[in-house]
Design a protein around this ligand. Structure first.
Ligand code: MN
Length: 249
């Protein structure tokens, strides 16, 4: 079993180190991760700048680009043969509901999925500034990785996992969920730099999660690790009725 690790927090992030240590006995590990933090870069590819690749250790590389760049380079160039599995994380912070559309962590898994490689993203849902319970996320990662090795994911689907930041014995278990909505307070802050020019700082605090207990955010709020299957391409039953009213076919 050959496993590629990636993330969006950067090659030196503690969550990646914890994941590498935690999966070391499950397979042969490779790591391709961004040189600098790329959180909230979503699925961007670097197409108009050179990508620099730096080997940090045998089988490990840092890339001067995005998480999707990392997986692309890993699958098509850096690794001698494609991996059996890509695991992205462990992200420092949740990727729940709306977050998955902005997340570089999730995009790294999606990129692998687009290239036909099964993939998992995993995030630790931080609540405060106390030391993170990486060990809980590692324990969940081991369980999920083993399950995905045993039973491959459906085509065009990748798995997004979020773990509450609490001790292992306080984790209530794993819950299969669907993507729920997560709302943030919209915030645009106008400031001025020392030379008097204006600049903006965007992004407000988390407000709430969908109430439905079958959603990812609610599961984590209830103390469960959330396991969500995400689909890259919707199935053939996608409702097109409304669009067909004004298109030609
Ligand atoms: Mn991140």
């Amino acid at each position: 079993m050959r496993i590629l690790l990636a993330n969006d927090d950067g090659w030196n992030a503690p969550g990646l180190a914890a994941l590498a240590e935690g999966l070391a006995d499950i397979g042969e590990l490779f790591v391709v991760a961004p040189e600098h933090e790329q959180s909230a870069q979503s699925h961007a590819l670097t197409l108009r700048e050179p990508l620099r690749v730096r080997r940090t250790a045998p089988g490990r590389w840092a890339v001067s680009g995005t998480p999707a760049d990392c997986v692309y380079l890993a699958l098509h160039h850096l690794l001698p043969t494609p991996p059996d599995l890509v695991v992205s994380g462990i992200n420092h912070g949740a990727n729940l509901g709306n977050d998955v559309f902005y997340s570089g962590t999730v995009a790294a898994a999606r990129e692998a999925c687009l290239h036909g490689v099964r993939a998992i993203s995993i995030s630790l849902a931080r609540r405060d500034n106390r030391p993170p319970h990486w060990e809980t996320a590692v324990a969940v990662a081991r369980r999920v990785v083993r399950a995905v090795i045993e039973q491959p994911l459906p085509a065009d689907q990748h798995m997004n996992v979020n773990v509450p930041d609490r001790a292992c014995d306080a984790l209530r278990g794993l819950r299969a969920t669907r993507l729920g909505r997560r709302t943030y307070e919209p915030l645009v802050e106008l400031r001025h730099d020392p030379r008097g020019a204006s600049y903006y700082w965007i992004g407000g605090p988390h407000l709430d999660f969908a109430e439905d207990p079958s959603t990812d955010g609610r599961a984590v709020a209830d103390g469960f690790a959330s396991v969500t299957l995400l689909e890259t391409f919707p199935g053939p039953t996608w409702p097109l009725t409304d669009v067909r009213r004004w298109t030609d076919g």
